[in-house]
Design a protein around this ligand. Structure first.
Ligand SMILES: Cc1cc2nc3c(=O)[nH]c(=O)nc-3n(C[C@H](O)[C@H](O)[C@H](O)COP(=O)(O)OP(=O)(O)OC[C@H]3O[C@@H](n4cnc5c(N)ncnc54)[C@H](O)[C@@H]3O)c2cc1C
Length: 766
C-alpha cells in the first residue's frame, strides 16, 4: 500500500435509514467501497451494492448511474461518498466512458419472460429444461420484485418434498382447493385454483431439484390451512429462493437482462405477440420471441389503479409493483378481473409514509403468548388466536379502523427478536418508541401510561385486562372463546401497546387467462397467440382473500405451467417452420393514389405468408420541423417504434423531380432526429414509375439519405428493383401481372432475407 492509502468513512441516508460506509483509496484511485452498517432490505441491498461498487471502481468516479429500482439508496450513497472523498482531498481521474450513445439492438430468443420475481424465474427455468433459449428481462437493477420481501413460505401439497416432511396421505390437492374456496368465501376461480393445487407439488419438486433448494417445515403453520402443509427455506426468506433459482437459471444457459423495462409489445398484423421492446440504459432492446410470458407482478404501488377497497388502508409492498403491463398491453384489449381486490393484513408497521414492513410472525408470536387486541375504548375486539382475517375484519370494523396489541415484557422480548429477524433494525424500533409523533404508536410503561400515550380509555383498559386475567385463571375466555392453549396471564407491571391497522402489499385481481394453458385472454375470451401469464399479475386463483403462503403457491405453480406451455408453443412454431422475420414496408409518398403503394401491396401478397409483412403509411406525419422535435408527434413515435421493432424495412420510393418525394424526406428526417430507429436496420429499396426509368434517380438519392450519419441504415447492396411503366403492371387487387418482374422481385427479396439473417448473425457474434 502506498503512503496515500486512505480509508474515508461517511454516512448516507438510504431508503430505510443511515448507511455507514468506507471508501478505500490508494494513490487517488478508489479501490473498494465497504458497507459498515445499513438497514435496507438485505435481499435488494446485497444485489445492488456490488454492482454500484463495480461502476464506481470501473469509472473511478461517483458520477456514475444509480441502480434502477434502488435509485434513492444508491444515489444517496454516490452523492455522499463523492463529497466525502472530495473533502479528503482525493483527486480521482475518471475513466473516459466509451460509447454511451443510445443504441437500438435486436435480440432473438425462443421464450421471453417479462419480470424477474418467482413466477418469471420458475417459468424461465421450466422452459430452459424443455430445451428453449430463454431470455428474462427485469426492469430493476436487481431480481426479486415483491417475492424478495416475503418469508418463502409456500404449500408443499402433492410434492415429494412435503411427503418427506409431513408424511404421505395427510394432504391432497383437493383438500387444498377446498380450503382456498372456503377461506375466499368461494370468490376464487375454481378451475384456476385447480391448476394451482395440482401443479404446486410437481413445481416444488422441480424447482428444489433444479436449484438445490432444501425446503423444511414452516415455523408457522397457520390455522387457515386444514392440515400442516406450509414449507419454507432454511433462511425463511425468499431472497434465498431468488438467489439460488436465478443462479441455476443462468448456469443452465438462461439469459437475464437487468435494468430493462418492457414498454411495448412486438406484434404482427394479426395481433399475435412476437416479443417486446425493453428500454435499458443507453439501449432500446427489440427482443423477438416465439412465446412471451408476462410475469410482471402486482399493481399495488400504482395509486391511479387503486379502487374503493383500498381506501384508508396503507400499502406496504414494493414501490416497483406499478402494473406497467396495463399500459404496455395497450390495445390488446385483455380481459381483467377484480383489479381492486387487495390482500389486506392486520399486521405491519410503517417505516416511512405508505411503506411498512411485515410483522406477521411477530404478531402471531405475541398472540400465541397471550397478547390481546383492544380498541380505542379499551375493549377487546376479537378472538386473538383465530385466523388473521378475523383480526383484520375486527380492526376494519372499528370507526377509526385502529386497534392496539397489548403485551407484557416477556412477550415483547420475543416479538422484538422476531422483528429484528425480519429486517427491522434496533434503531428503527427505538424510533417508534422515542418519536411520539410517528405512527404507528409504540408505547411502553404502566397500564395507565400506555393507555394514555396511545389515546386508549385507561379505565376501561384496566377492566378489560382484569377480566382477561380472570378468564386465564378460569381457563376459559368468557368474551371470545379463545383457545385455552393461547390464554396466558400478563406478568409484571410493564406493558407494551402497539398500534395495529389494515395494510396491503399484494393485489389479488389481474388479467384473465385460459384455465389450462395460461394464455392471456382478450375481452372476447379469445387467447392472444404466443402470450402467457403467471404470478400476481393473473387474478382469480385465490379469490378475494388468499390464505397465508398461497400467493407464493400461485406464483410458483403458475410459473411452472406457463413455462411449459410457452415452451410447447415455441416448439410448435419451430415445427411449423414459421419464419418470425418481420418486415415494415413504407409507402414513400403522401399521395392517396400511388403505384408504389400497389407495389408494396403486391409484395405483401407475395411474401406475407413467409414473413410478417406490414405496409405502413407516412401520410399522417406532419412536415418535419425541428421546433416540434422536443414534443415528438404521436404518429412519429408510433412509426419509429414499428421501424425499430422490424427485422427489415422495405421502402417503396416514387421519383419526383429526380429525387425522393418531400414527404418521404420529411418522414426520414423525423426518423433520424429524436429517435434513430434506422440505425443498423436492413433496408431494401424498391420503386415503380409511369415512365421507363423506374425511379432510378430517386433510388440513388434515397441510398444517399439512408447513409447519412443520423439515419445509418444498412441498405441491401445491388438488387435494385425498378419497375417501369407501372400503369399496366398491376391488376385490380394490386397483384403484379408481369411474371418476369415478379420473379426478379422474388429473387431480390430472397437476397434481402438472407441479408437480414446475415446481419442478425453478425450482431450476435459482434
Ligand atoms: C411484504 C410482502 C410480504 C409478502 N408475504 C407473503 C407471504 O408470506 N406468503 C405469500 O404467499 N405471499 C406473500 N406475499 C405476496 C408474494 O410475495 C407475491 O404475490 C409474489 O411474490 C408475486 O410474485 P411474482 O413473480 O408474480 O411478482 P414479483 O415478485 O413482484 O415479480 C415481478 C417482477 O416483474 C418486474 N417488472 C414489472 N414490470 C416490468 C416491466 N415493465 N419490465 C420488466 N420487468 C418488470 C418487477 O420489477 C418484478 O421484479 C408478500 C408480498 C409482500 C410485498
Amino acid at each position: 500500500m502506498s503512503d496515500e492509502n486512505k480509508q474515508i468513512t461517511g454516512q448516507a441516508m438510504g431508503h430505510n435509514g443511515i448507511i455507514s460506509y468506507e471508501v478505500d483509496v490508494d494513490d487517488n484511485q478508489v479501490k473498494d467501497l465497504k458497507i459498515l452498517q445499513h438497514s435496507e432490505t438485505s435481499g435488494i441491498f446485497n444485489q445492488v451494492i456490488d454492482k454500484l461498487k463495480q461502476r464506481i471502481i470501473d469509472g473511478q468516479s461517483f458520477d456514475v448511474d444509480a441502480i434502477s429500482g434502488a435509485t434513492v439508496m444508491t444515489q444517496a450513497l454516490l452523492d455522499s461518498a463523492k463529497d466525502a472523498v472530495a473533502q479528503a482531498d482525493v483527486k480521482l481521474t475518471p475513466v473516459p466512458q466509451t460509447n454511451t450513445a443510445h443504441e437500438t439492438k435486436t435480440l432473438k430468443t425462443d421464450v421471453l419472460i417479462i419480470g424477474g420475481g418467482e413466477a418469471g424465474l420458475v417459468a424461465g427455468c421450466r422452459a430452459l429444461t424443455l430445451g428453449q433459449k430463454v431470455t428474462l428481462v427485469e426492469k430493476n437493477g436487481y431480481l426479486g420484485g415483491a417475492t424478495i420481501l416475503n418469508g418463502s413460505n409456500v404449500t408443499g401439497t402433492g410434492s415429494n418434498v412435503a411427503a418427506k416432511l409431513f408424511g404421505r396421505g395427510t394432504d391432497s390437492p383437493d383438500q387444498l382447493a377446498q380450503d382456498v374456496a372456503r377461506e375466499s368465501k368461494h370468490s376464487n376461480d375454481p378451475e384456476l385454483t385447480d391448476l394451482m393445487v395440482h401443479n404446486i407439488g410437481p413445481a416444488i419438486d422441480f424447482v428444489s431439484d433444479f436449484a438445490g433448494l432444501a425446503y423444511q417445515k414452516a415455523q408457522t403453520q397457520t390455522v387457515e390451512h386444514s392440515v400442516e402443509r406450509q414449507i419454507e427455506l432454511p433462511t425463511a426468506s425468499s431472497y434465498e429462493f431468488i438467489q439460488k433459482v436465478s443462479q441455476a437459471f443462468t448456469d443452465h444457459g438462461g439469459e437475464i437482462i437487468l435494468g430493462a423495462r418492457v414498454e411495448q409489445l412486438i406484434r404482427n398484423q394479426k395481433g399475435e405477440v412476437n416479443g417486446a421492446v425493453a428500454e435499458a440504459q443507453n439501449a432500446t432492446l427489440n427482443i423477438k420471441a416465439r412465446s412471451v410470458v408476462l410475469a410482471a407482478g402486482g399493481h399495488g404501488a400504482n395509486t391511479k389503479m387503486r379502487g374503493a377497497e383500498s381506501k384508508g388502508i396503507d400499502y406496504y409492498g414494493p414501490m416497483t409493483s406499478t402494473g406497467d403491463a396495463y399500459s404496455f398491453n395497450g390495445d390488446l384489449n385483455l380481459k381483467t378481473r377484480n383489479l381492486d381486490w387487495y390482500k389486506v393484513y392486520p399486521h405491519g408497521v410503517e417505516v416511512e409514509p405508505g411503506i411498512a414492513k411485515l410483522t406477521t410472525y411477530a404478531s402471531k408470536k405475541a398472540t400465541d403468548m397471550g397478547a390481546i387486541y383492544v380498541n380505542t375504548q379499551g375493549n377487546r375486539i376479537v378472538d386473538e388466536s383465530s385466523a388473521y382475517t378475523n383480526f383484520r375484519d375486527a380492526i376494519l370494523a372499528q370507526p377509526d379502523k385502529v386497534a392496539f396489541m397489548l403485551m407484557d415484557e416477556r412477550t415483547w422480548k420475543q416479538v422484538y427478536d422476531l422483528l429484528i429477524l425480519h429486517d427491522f433494525t434496533a434503531k428503527e424500533i427505538k424510533k417508534f418508541f422515542d418519536d411520539k409523533d410517528k405512527l404507528p404508536i409504540f408505547t411502553k410503561g404502566s397500564l395507565t401510561d400506555v393507555a394514555q400515550a396511545a389515546g386508549v380509555d385507561p379505565d376501561q383498559l384496566a377492566k378489560t385486562v382484569a377480566t382477561y386475567q380472570a378468564d386465564v385463571k378460569a381457563g376459559k375466555d368468557s368474551q371470545f372463546g379463545r383457545d385455552a392453549e393461547y390464554l396466558h396471564a400478563y406478568e409484571g407491571d410493564t406493558y407494551y401497546l402497539v398500534e395495529q391497522r389494515g395494510r396491503f402489499a399484494t393485489t389479488l385481481g389481474g388479467y384473465v387467462t385460459d384455465r389450462k394453458t395460461l394464455e392471456l385472454l382478450d375481452t372476447q375470451d379469445q387467447p392472444v397467440a404466443n402470450y402467457y401469464g403467471a404470478g400476481e399479475i393473473i387474478g382469480g386463483a385465490n379469490g378475494h382473500d388468499s390464505m397465508p403462503s398461497m400467493m407464493n403457491t400461485w406464483g410458483i405453480s403458475s410459473g411452472y405451467v406457463a413455462g411449459a406451455q410457452a415452451s410447447q408453443n415455441a416448439d410448435q412454431r419451430k415445427a411449423a417452420g414459421d419464419d418470425d422475420t418481420s418486415i415494415v414496408a413504407l409507402v414513400g409518398t403522401n399521395a392517396s393514389k400511388s403505384y408504389n403503394r400497389k407495389l408494396l401491396h403486391s409484395m405483401q401478397h407475395l411474401f406475407g405468408k413467409e414473413v410478417d409483412f406490414e405496409v405502413c403509411e407516412i401520410k399522417d406525419l406532419p412536415m418535419f420541423n425541428e421546433d416540434l422535435a422536443a414534443d415528438e408527434p404521436a404518429a412519429v413515435k408510433a412509426l419509429a417504434a414499428k421501424v425499430a421493432a422490424a427485422d427489415g424495412v422495405v421502402i417503396g420510393v416514387p421519383e419526383y423531380d429526380h429525387a425522393v418525394p418531400a414527404s418521404l424526406k420529411s418522414a426520414l428526417e423525423w426518423l433520424s432526429s429524436v429517435e434513430h430507429p434506422f440505425t443498423d436496420k436492413a433496408v431494401m429499396i424498391v420503386g415503380t414509375s409511369l415512365g421507363i426509368q423506374g425511379t432510378v434517380r430517386a433510388q440513388m438519392n434515397l441510398r444517399q439519405i439512408l447513409d447519412a450519419p443520423g439515419v445509418n441504415a444498412k441498405v441491401l447492396p445491388g438488387n435494385e428493383f425498378m419497375l417501369p411503366q407501372a400503369s399496366n403492371k398491376f391488376d385490380d387487387h394490386d397483384h403484379l401481372t408481369d411474371a418476369n418482374s415478379e420473379n426478379f422481385l422474388k429473387s431480390c427479396f430472397d437476397k434481402f432475407l438472407a441479408f437480414i439473417k446475415q446481419d442478425d448473425a453478425d450482431k450476435v457474434t459482434a
